[in-house]
Write a protein that binds this ligand. Structure first.
Ligand code: BGC
Length: 811
C-alpha cells in the first residue's frame, strides 16, 4: 500500500494523507541552520548543534506523537484547523504534503479555504522562511483568522528537559511590532537570541504558552485560538512561545500571502544591548529585511533549488530503470547530504542530545558526499582526525559545535582508526588533492602535538598492527563496526553501558571484520604512500597486509564462510561450531570487498552461504540463527529480541557490502537483487509493512525471526545512504574514482540494458555511455575517450578539458 507517490520531475515525494504509518519527515537547511519537519508540520529547529543550540521545543516519546511543531491555525467561524492536519486533527477536505530537496510544501483545504505553505531554509542565512497563502475558493466572503505558533526551547535541549527548578523561571521575550524575540539567558551567558516575525501588521500576539493554550489544554485545543483573540502577553518564565494573530478577509477568489521568518542572531559580546535590558536588534532587522516580500521569498527559494540542482547534477544516470534513476539522481544523494549535516545526531529517532558525530559514522558518510562537496569533506576529515589520540586510537564520538571528543564514551572501538584511512583515501581519489596529507592536524585537539595527516593515517594503520590477539587477528576492543558485539565488556546490571563497561585494553577478543578492513584500507593506505613517493612505507604496509590475509585464511575461515570474531575466551563467534549466531554478514562483505578469497573460491563460497542462510525477501539479515538468550560474553547484540537490530535484523548498512562483494566476483544479477531488496523506491508498494519513509533508507528492517518482519526503524541517519550510493554508483554502475582518474567497470544485471551517466570529477564533466550488446554482467571490452580507444578501465585524467565523452562497451 502507498501513501503517496514520487514526482520525479519536481524531485518531490508527494504524501496524500496525513495518516502515514509514522511521521514522514524532511530536512531543511544546508549549512548551519536546520529544521526537521514532518508531513504534519511537526518538528524542530536548531543552529549548528541539536543539543546545545536548540531553538524550538519538541517532545520525543510523547503520548500523542509528533504534536509539537511550527503550526498555523486557521479559525473559520467555529472551525479550527491546520493545513498539515496536526495538531487539531480536524478532518480536511483535501491534504497534500510535498517533501522536496531542502523544502516542504503543504496544501490543506477546509470549507472553501485553501491554505498552502512552502517552507525552507535559504542557502546562506540562518532563518527558516514560510510562505503562507490563503485562498477563498468559495462563492461568499470569508473573514478568518490565521495564528502562527512555535514553542521556544531554552537552547540546551538536554537541560531543557531536566532542569525545571531553574528553567521555569528564566524564560524571557521581547515583542516589537510583528517580531517576537526569544532572549532567555541572553542577559548572562549567551550572545544569541531567536526571532519569529511576519511581514505584515499583526492583530495580536502571545508569548505565554499557558495563555495561548489554557493551562490544561494541549496544542490541539488552544484556548486563545478558540476565543479568536490573542492577549499580547509578555512571557515571564514558564513556557515562552511565539504566536501571531492575523485577521484576514477574503472575497471569493481572493488570495493573501504572508511570509514568516524564524531566525537566529548572534551579537558580539560588547554589542549585545540597545539599552539596559533591551537587546540589540540591528542584526535581526538586517536579516528580516531580506525577506519582506513574496519576491524576496521566491528569489531565495530559487537560489535553494539551483543550489541543489547544481549538487545533484554531479552524478546523473539515465537508464531504463526508473527506481535506479530516481534513487541515484535524487533521494540517495540527498540522504547522503543529510547524513553529512547530521551524522547520527538529530532525526525522529535520534534525539539530538545523544550521540553527536560518530568517528566511524562520519568517515563512512564521507564516501557518499565527497563527490558533492569536496571542500567540506576536506574540512570534515581534518575535524575528525583532530579527535584522534596519539597512539592512533580515537574518540568514538564528538560534538559538532565544539568539535571536541566525547569523553563519556571515550575510545576503544578498534575499527575506528581504519575508517579515517577509508575517508581520506576516498577524498583523494575524488579530488586528487594530496595537500591534505601534509596538513598539520592535532591529536585530541591539542595543536602542540600536531603531525601531518599522513602521520595520522600511519598511526591508524599501526594501531591495528600493534593490537593483535592470539590468532594474529586485530583485537576488537569495546566493539568494531557492530557496536553491539561487545566481547570484552560483560555488562550484568541495568544501567551499565554495554560498550563502556569493563576494560577495553587487556582482553583478547579479536575481530575478523577488522582484519578484512585492515586488508582493504591497508592497501588504500599503501597506494597513498606510493603516490607520495614513500615506497619503503608502501612495502612495509603491504607486508603487514599479507600477514593479515594469512591470519584470516588460517583462523578466520570456517569452511563455508568467514568467522566473525574470537571472544575473550578465544572461542569462535559466527562459526558452525556455535549454537546460535553461526554466520554473520560483516566479515563476508568486508573480506570479499578486500579481495580475500576471490582467487581461491572462498569468496564465492562465503557469498553463497550468505544467500543460503541470511537472505530474506526484505534484505539480508546480519546473522543467523538469532540469539534467543543473553550471552554475557557477547554483549548487547544478544539483548535484542530475535530479529531486531543487531540480533538478526536486516541492518541495511551492510547489505551494500554484500552487493559490492558480489560485484567483486562478477555476479551482477545477484548484486542488483541485493540492492533492490532494501531500496526504498522499490518497496514503496509495501509502505504499510515497511512504515518508514519510502524515499530514504532506514537503519534497520526487522528480520525473519521478528514479529513484524519487514518493518523498518530509524530512518534517515544511517551509513546505509553512503554505502548504497557507493555500491550503486561505483560498483554496480561501475564509475569508480581511482587515484589516477575515473575507472569504468560496471557489474550490472544481464538485462539492465544500456545506460548513460554524467559525472563531474575534478572539475571535468564526463558523459559516459555504457553499452551492453551481449547482456553480460561484467567486463568492459572497449573504452573510447573522445573517440580514442584507451587500454584498461581508467579514463586518463586531463584537467585541461571541460567535457569528455566516453563510450564503454561491456562484453
Ligand atoms: C551506529 C554505527 C554502527 C551500527 C552497527 C549504528 O547505530 O551508528 O556506528 O556501526 O549501529 O552497530
Amino acid at each position: 500500500m502507498r501513501y503517496g507517490f514520487f514526482d520525479d520531475n519536481n524531485k518531490e515525494y508527494v504524501i496524500t494523507t496525513p495518516k502515514t504509518p509514522l511521521p514522514w519527515i524532511n530536512y531543511l537547511g544546508c549549512n548551519d541552520f536546520f529544521t526537521l519537519i514532518s508531513n504534519t508540520c511537526g518538528g524542530y529547529t536548531f543552529y549548528k548543534d541539536a543539543k546545545l543550540l536548540r531553538m524550538t521545543r519538541y517532545r520525543y516519546n510523547d503520548t500523542t506523537p509528533d504534536t509539537n511543531g511550527k503550526y498555523f491555525y486557521i479559525k473559520d467561524g467555529d472551525c479550527i484547523w491546520n493545513p498539515g492536519w496536526q495538531p487539531t486533527k480536524t478532518e480536511l477536505d483535501s491534504y497534500e504534503c510535498r517533501h522536496g530537496i531542502g523544502y516542504s510544501k503543504f496544501t490543506g483545504a477546509k470549507n472553501d479555504i485553501e491554505a498552502s505553505l512552502i517552507t525552507f531554509v535559504p542557502v546562506d542565512n540562518p532563518v527558516e522562511l514560510t510562505k503562507v497563502t490563503l485562498t477563498n475558493k468559495g462563492t461568499s466572503k470569508k473573514d478568518i483568522q490565521l495564528f502562527s505558533y512555535v514553542e521556544w526551547c531554552l537552547w540546551n535541549a538536554d537541560d531543557d528537559m531536566k532542569n525545571y527548578q531553574r528553567n521555569l523561571s528564566i524564560g524571557e521575550v521581547e515583542v516589537v511590532d510583528s517580531t517576537i524575540y526569544h532572549k532567555t539567558e541572553y542577559r548572562e551567558r549567551r550572545n544569541h537570541y531567536a526571532v519569529y516575525s511576519v511581514n505584515t501588521k499583526i492583530d495580536g500576539f502571545e508569548t505565554s504558552r499557558d495563555e495561548f493554550r489554557g493551562a490544561y489544554n494541549g496544542p490541539d485545543k488552544p484556548a486563545a485560538v478558540i476565543e479568536g483573540k490573542l492577549h499580547n502577553t509578555i512571557a515571564s518564565g514558564w513556557y515562552p512561545i511565539a504566536s501571531h494573530q492575523i485577521n484576514v478577509s477574503l472575497e471569493p477568489g481572493d488570495s493573501k500571502t504572508f511570509v514568516f521568518a524564524l531566525g537566529y542572531i548572534e551579537n558580539a559580546e560588547d554589542d549585545k544591548w540597545e539599552k539596559p535590558g533591551v537587546i540589540n536588534k540591528k542584526k535581526a532587522h538586517e536579516l528580516l529585511s531580506r525577506y519582506q516580500t513574496t519576491e524576496d521569498f521566491d528569489k531565495a527559494f530559487n537560489e535553494l533549488c539551483n543550489y541543489w540542482n547544481g549538487l545533484l547534477s554531479r552524478f546523473h544516470i539515465e537508464s531504463s530503470d526508473e527506481h535506479v534513476n530516481r534513487m541515484v539522481n535524487i533521494w540517495n544523494q540527498y540522504q547522503c547530504m543529510v547524513t553529512f549535516n547530521m551524522s547520527r545526531s538529530a532525526s525522529y529517532y535520534e534525539t539530538g542530545i545523544g550521540r553527536g558525530m560518530g568517528f566511524r559514522d562520519s568517515c563512512q558518510d564521507l564516501l557518499g558526499f565527497v563527490h558533492l562537496i569536496p571542500d567540506r569533506a576536506r574540512e570534515r576529515i581534518i575535524d575528525i582526525a583532530s579527535t584522534q589520540f596519539q597512539d592512533g586510537s580515537a574518540y568514538h564520538q564528538y560534538q559538532p559545535l565544539t568539535k571536541k571528543g566525547n569523553s563519556d564514551i571515550g575510545s576503544g572501538f578498534n575499527d575506528d582508526p581504519l575508517w579515517l584511512i577509508a575517508g581520506t583515501s576516498a577524498y583523494i581519489r575524488e579530488t586528487g588533492d594530496t595537500s591534505i596529507l601534509k596538513e598539520m592536524v592535532p591529536y585530541d585537539n591539542d595543536m602542540s602535538v600536531a603531525t601531518t595527516l599522513m602521520e595520522h593515517l600511519k598511526r591508524s594503520f599501526d594501531y591495528i598492527v600493534n593490537h593483535k590477539g592470539p590468532h594474529d587477528l586485530p583485537l576488537i576492543g569495546r566493539a568494531d563496526w557492530n557496536d553491539c558485539l561487545n566481547l570484552n565488556c560483560f555488562s550484568e546490571h541495568p544501567g551499565e553501558s554495554f560498550q563502556c563497561f569493563g576494560p577495553s585494553e587487556g582482553p583478547v577478543a579479536e575481530s575478523v571484520f577488522i582484519a578484512g578492513m585492515f586488508v582493504k584500507y591497508g592497501r588504500e593506505y599503501a597506494a597513498l604512500c606510493k603516490l607520495m613517493g614513500d615506497t619503503a612505507e608502501e612495502a612495509r604496509v603491504l607486508g603487514e597486509v599479507d600477514k593479515m590475509i594469512a591470519a584470516i585464511e588460517k583462523d578466520g575461515w570456517d569452511g563455508e564462510w568467514f568467522v566473525r570474531a574470537y571472544d575473550a575466551y578465544s572461542h569462535k563467534v559466527g562459526s558452525k561450531e556455535c549454537e546460535e549466531g553461526q554466520i554473520y554478514i560483516e566479515p563476508q562483505g568486508m573480506c570479499v570487498m578486500a579481495g580475500v578469497g576471490v582467487d581461491n573460491g572462498n569468496a564465492k563460497k562465503a557469498l553463497d552461504s550468505v544467500k543460503a542462510k541470511l537472505d530474506t525477501k526484505y534484505g539480508v539479515m546480519i546473522l543467523q540463527p538469532a540469539y534467543t538468550r543473553y550471552h554475557l560474553e557477547l554483549g548487547e547484540i544478544t539483548s535484542y529480541p530475535p530479529g531486531y537490530k543487531e540480533n538478526a535484523g536486516i541492518f541495511c548498512h551492510n547489505n551494500p557490502w554484500i552487493s559490492i562483494a558480489e560485484t567483486c566476483i562478477g555476479r551482477g544479477d545477484r548484486a542488483f537483487e541485493v540492492y533492490k531488496k532494501t531500496c526504498p523506491s522499490y518497496i514503496e508498494d509495501i509502505s504499510e509493512i515497511h512504515r518508514t519513509e519510502p524515499y530514504v533508507y532506514s537503519q534497520m528492517v526487522a528480520g525473519a525471526d521478528a514479529k513484524f518482519h519487514g518493518e523498518a526503524k530509524n530512518s534517515w541517519l544511517t551509513g546505509t545512504a553512503a554505502w548504497t550510493f557507493t555500491n550503486i554508483s561505483q560498483y554496480i554502475l561501475g564509475i569508480y574514482p581511482t587515484l589516477e582518474g575515473l575507472s569504468v567497470n560496471p557489474c550490472t544485471p544481464a538485462a539492465f540494458g544500456d545506460f548513460n551517466i554524467t559525472r563531474v570529477y575534478r572539475g571535468v564533466t564526463y558523459h559516459i555511455e555504457i553499452k551492453n550488446p551481449n547482456k553480460v554482467q561484467k567486463g568492459v571490452a572497449s573504452l573510447t575517450v573522445d573517440g580514442v580507444e584507451v587500454q584498461g578501465n581508467v579514463i586518463p585524467f586531463d584537467g585541461s578539458k571541460k567535457e569528455v565523452n566516453v563510450v564503454a562497451t561491456m562484453n
